[in-house]
Design a protein around this ligand. Structure first.
Ligand code: PEP
Length: 253
């Protein structure tokens, strides 16, 4: 049995007092959901604030939205995975489509970031997914398997067993147009088959989250699919009632 996991990606949004208010409401709203893993990924600057509000209970974990591909050193403006782990984070989102498309991160760079995160003791949340054009050309499987194989080439297949994957079709992110549950399930099952080519036990243990316009209202239909183990949530993670509703759907799903 894979424990469901819901992760909020706040992106570059909010101010400190909003982070405090949002987290306090999420803590209140999810206190009884012991069977669901929950994490939030605020902007770097607000990670200490979030860790302070979430306290030592560990019920809701913190993660970063990215890590440097380098270890500590002369890399102005970068934040290392070791630093993120040092302050108490447990997760790091790696290879989000906004990093790939807006900041030119290649599969090779993403694989290095994945490696740095794992070396530091963080659980990488590897984002994979096709653009609208790639989907239209029938390349979804090709793109997703290429993105996963880049990790295997850099870090080995065993690394996937200690990671989380997030299938995030780029055309569904922030558009209000989530993938239909059956379509998402088909790609999630494919992802598990790609991992199974290397390790069947890793494929079974791996949590594969769906991301892309998940809301409280559509979450359950996605989360009840066999190979969908929860969600990576963007916009809706900024609204306490929505995010709590999504965590509750994972509890039921
Ligand atoms: C995301 O950016 O990871 C995401 C899933 O965004 P949204 O939920 O807003 O589509």
């Amino acid at each position: 049995m894979r424990q469901p996991l819901v992760i909020g990606n706040w992106k570059m949004n909010g101010r400190r007092h909003e982070a405090e208010d949002l987290l306090a409401a999420v803590v209140r709203g999810t206190a009884d959901l012991v069977s669901v893993g929950i994490a939030v990924c605020p902007p770097y600057l607000y990670l200490p604030t979030a860790l302070g509000v979430l306290g030592a209970t560990g019920a809701i974990a913190c993660g970063a939205q990215d890590v440097s591909a380098y270890t500590d050193g002369a890399f102005t403006g970068e934040v290392s995975a070791e630093m993120i782990r040092d302050i108490g984070c447990r997760f790091a989102i790696i290879g989000h489509s906004e990093r790939r498309t807006l900041f030119g991160e290649t599969d090779a760079v993403v694989a290095k970031k994945f490696a740095r995160a794992q070396e530091a003791g963080l659980t990488p949340v590897l984002c994979v997914g096709e653009t609208a054009a790639e989907r239209d050309q029938g390349q979804t499987e090709l793109v997703v398997s290429r993105q996963i194989e880049a990790i295997v080439a850099e870090c080995g297949a065993a690394s996937l067993a200690a990671a989380v994957l997030a299938y995030e079709p780029v055309w569904a992110i922030g558009t209000g147009r989530a993938a239909a549950p059956a379509e998402a399930q088909r790609v999630h099952a494919f992802i598990r088959r790609v991992v199974a080519r290397h390790s069947t036990s890793a494929a079974q243990a791996l949590r594969v989250l769906y991301g892309g316009s998940v809301k409280a209202q559509n979450a359950r239909d996605l989360f009840i699919q066999d190979d969908i183990d929860g969600g990576l949530i963007g916009g809706a993670s900024l609204l306490a009632a929505e995010f709590v509703g999504i965590c509750r759907a994972a509890h039921l799903g």
